[in-house]
Design a protein around this ligand. Structure first.
Ligand code: ADP
Length: 593
């Protein structure tokens, strides 16, 4: 049944019919023609043999009478519808009148030809249905005169013989065609059915379990179809494996690409990939931000269209030409920002070109500068007291020790400088602790009024000594959430600074304000004030507005830095307002309770 549905089977069958039917028909037709021709030729030969025999008998006739009798005998002895006529050139028939079935015209034509050529001729009467007639004649001499003996024979015998042969031929051809068709069917079936099984398998129409045996059967045939089948199954299995691994690889590659893109896009560093011709292949958002590359610049644009920094482009060019990594630090267009460029060439492979990484190193450089400043600041701060101590010691050792009064003065100076060193080191340690966050703060509810009163009392004597009036104003009580020791340090440093920078006759006020934004402490003085452009710098370590004078006044240069970091740790805001020659005002606002 499945063969009947097979297109290939019907194609082979159609081809068989197309080729075999014309071939057999042509062969049968050719053979039929040939058989008929052979039958006619035989018939003719036999007729001529009878004619020759008859002529021979007539030639032996001794007179016209015996010739006539002989003709009659010949005529009587003829079988199979044969007929004979004897005539002289004038149509005389010694055995009687000429008899003709064909009419005089036909016979006359045969006689004329025979008379002219003296040889046998064949006359074919037109029209196959009415039968053919063979006619043959011979001219001979008898009793001193020329005679024509003509014999005719219907071709029906020959036609009949050839017809029978044709029927036999047709039967044989039909049988041969049917045997051929059967063979074709068997051969086509053996080709088509395994192909159908393979096709079903390949289309996965057959479940995997079922198809195992069938496929095995086909591939076990041991012939070419079996080989093709087993090769196909192998191919199919390999393809299945390949598809699975390709799908897996595709999924993994997709995930890797997504991951890589996400990583590159979230990087702070700028990353640019270029090809050998310095055309952009990839630009991450970091690079766009750092190098101010607009959205109009996309992959395919030249690097110089995106970046217009000559040193940058030269470094890339050099790295590509020598095939080695190159770095460059340059000052970016933005004020005080430094970029570090690294160019890594990719020498081979489909992505040959370079990867460019740009990092903003401004902060690192700033930190380095701060560290340098800090080291030089510390060295400087330590140097002054140590120099004094060394000078005093030398003076004492070189004889001043003998003089009690002088010795005492020098020793006092040594003590004073040692105290200054101690304070400096304590301040540095505190700053380091506050900065690193290791200073443990106990944030609790405080009464700022009492605390401010304590600090004011502590500095009262110092203020009086300097002729400065120190007073507390504002709210008598003010609650805040903060660390008591930290607030005490903040307030002490601010009051100390205010007294130090206020000339005699001036005043320093500590004011408590119950502001809506939070409890606020203000330390205000009528001192020297700070130039406006330096207001941002006074919180840096060791920064002093009037260097020598501040140092003379015994400042470490760390007081305001400690205040700033403590305020940050307490989440309090610190602001300063100042006018040169009029005074300064430092405000600390604590978070709302
Ligand atoms: P110092 O120990 O030198 O006072 P600070 O860090 O406390 O160091 O202060 C830094 C600098 O700020 C001081 O050297 C001084 O020049 C300036 N300054 C601080 N407070 C005042 C103030 N109330 N009036 C004027 N200048 C001040």
């Amino acid at each position: 049944m499945s063969l009947i549905r097979s297109k290939l089977f019907w194609k082979i069958a159609g081809l068989y019919v197309l080729l075999s039917v014309p071939a057999i028909v042509g062969l049968v037709a050719a053979l039929q023609t040939r058989l008929y021709a052979d039958a006619v030729a035989l018939h003719e030969q036999q007729l001529q043999a009878v004619l020759r025999e008859s002529v021979k008998r007539l030639c032996d006739a001794e007179d016209a009478g015996s010739a006539g009798e002989e003709v009659l005998r010949i005529r009587a002895g003829l079988t199979g519808g044969r007929r004979v006529w004897l005539s002289d050139d004038r149509g005389f028939d010694p055995a009687g009148r000429l008899q003709s079935e064909f009419g005089d015209a036909v016979l006359a034509s045969v006689l004329r030809t025979t008379a002219a050529t003296g040889t046998a001729v064949r006359y074919v009467r037109p029209g196959w249905e009415t039968g053919e007639v063979l006619a043959t004649g011979q001219r001979f001499s008898m009793l001193g005169a020329d005679w024509n003996l003509v014999m005719t024979s219907p071709s029906s015998a020959a036609v009949e013989a050839s017809h029978q042969m044709s029927v036999l031929l047709l039967k044989s051809a039909t049988a041969a065609w049917l045997i051929g068709a059967l063979c074709m069917g068997i051969v086509a079936g053996t080709i088509v059915s395994p192909l159908q099984v393979m096709s079903r398998k390949l289309h996965a129409d057959v479940r995997r379990d079922d198809r195992g045996d069938m496929l095995l059967n086909v591939s076990d045939r041991g012939d070419e179809v079996g080989d093709v089948a087993s090769a196909l199954y192998q191919l199919e299995d390999e393809l299945q494996d390949r598809i699975v691994s390709l799908e897996r690889a595709g999924r993994e590659a997709g995930a890797s690409v997504d991951l890589l893109t996400a990583v590159l896009e979230s990087m702070i560093e700028g990353v640019i990939a270029i090809d050998r011709e310095q055309k952009l292949v990839f630009v991450n958002p970091g690079a766009r931000r750092l190098l101010s590359i607009g959205a109009a610049i996309q992959a395919g644009h030249r690097l110089y269209e995106a970046v217009r920094i000559p040193a940058f482009l030269e470094t890339v060019e050099e790295s590509l030409s020598v095939g080695r990594m190159r770095t460059l630090e340059y000052r970016a267009s933005r004020e005080s920002s430094h970029h570090l460029l690294t160019v890594i060439p990719i020498l081979r492979g489909p992505h040959a070109g370079a990867v460019i990484v740009v990092r903003d190193v401004s902060e690192v450089r700033q930190l380095e500068a701060m560290r340098r400043d800090f080291v030089s600041g510390v060295s400087h701060e330590l140097k002054t007291p140590l120099t004094v101590i060394q000078a005093c010691t030398e003076t004492l050792l070189s004889g001043a020790l003998e003089d009690g009064e002088v010795a005492r003065r020098f020793l006092c100076q040594i003590e004073e400088q040692a105290e200054r060193l101690l304070q400096l080191i304590l301040a540095m340690l505190q700053l380091a602790r506050v900065e690193s966050g290791s200073e443990i703060l106990h944030v609790e509810e405080l009464e700022l009024g009492d605390l401010a009163g304590d600090v004011v009392d502590a500095f009262r004597a110092v203020a009086e000594n300097r002729g400065v009036q120190l007073m507390q104003q504002g709210a008598a009580t003010l609650a805040a959430r903060a660390d008591e020791q930290a607030v005490r340090t903040i307030l002490s440093n601010l009051v100390d600074n205010a007294i130090k920078h206020t000339p005699a006759g001036g005043e320093v006020v500590v004011e408590l304000r119950a502001s809506a934004d939070g409890p606020t402490l203000v330390v205000r003085d009528t001192g020297s004030g700070i130039p406006e452009e330096l207001l941002g710098r006074i919180f840096e370590r060791f920064y002093r507005v009037e260097k020598d004078r501040s140092r003379e006044r015994g400042g470490s240069g760390l007081g305001l830095a400690i205040v700033k970091h403590l305020c940050q740790a307490l989440q309090a805001s610190l602001t300063v307002r100042s006018r040169l020659g009029e005074g300064s005002e430092f405000t600390v606002r604590f978070p709302r309770v």
